[in-house]
Design a binder for this molecule. Structure first.
Ligand SMILES: [Zn+2]
Length: 97
């Protein structure tokens, strides 16, 4: 292979920024490039995956209702259920450092 064989490869084919998806078309399979989904949200204390938070791009999140984006409770979307339970108990007892 010579250096010039790869000279005109489009940038989207060289970078892994876009997701590669193989779509079946009437003429066979075709490679298409798609945007990747963001990572799942994680708890800020124990970094466990948070439940009830959709994996959407910010443009999609803007269109969806606020109640669909995070649990409607104190620390919803920031702490996992166990950590928020512990935090609420500690705050109520007034024993936090
Ligand atoms: Zn946690």
């Amino acid at each position: 292979m010579y250096w010039c064989d790869r000279a005109m490869v489009p940038a989207r084919a060289k970078s892994r920024t876009m997701r590669r998806v193989f779509r079946r078309t009437p003429r066979g399979t075709k490679k298409v490039f798609e945007l990747r989904n963001p990572k799942k949200a994680h708890c800020s204390v124990c970094s466990r995956e948070l439940q009830g938070i959709p994996r959407m791009r910010p443009s999609e999140l803007g269109n969806s209702p606020k109640t669909a984006k995070r649990p409607e409770r104190p620390y919803g979307g920031v702490l996992c259920s166990g950590c928020s339970r512990r935090r609420i108990l500690v705050n109520a007892r007034g024993t936090h450092d």
